[in-house]
Write a protein that binds this ligand. Structure first.
Ligand SMILES: [Zn+2]
Length: 54
């Protein structure tokens, strides 16, 4: 049984079309939508947040 999965990674994204960069926290390295055009992007890179405990 799984409760809420802990936030594990901070993923960074970039949309070249909108010239926009954003980041989001996830329990895994997954795609996110551009906040401007809604297209799916894979992370340009990810930070491990293991040091932060929730
Ligand atoms: Zn975009």
């Amino acid at each position: 049984m799984m409760d809420d999965e802990p936030i594990r990674f901070r993923n960074y994204y970039r949309c070249d079309d909108c010239d926009v960069e954003w980041s989001d926290d996830w329990s895994c390295c997954c795609d996110d939508e551009c906040p401007s055009c809604g297209r799916d992007y894979t992370p340009t890179h990810s930070e491990d947040l293991e040091e932060e405990t929730f």
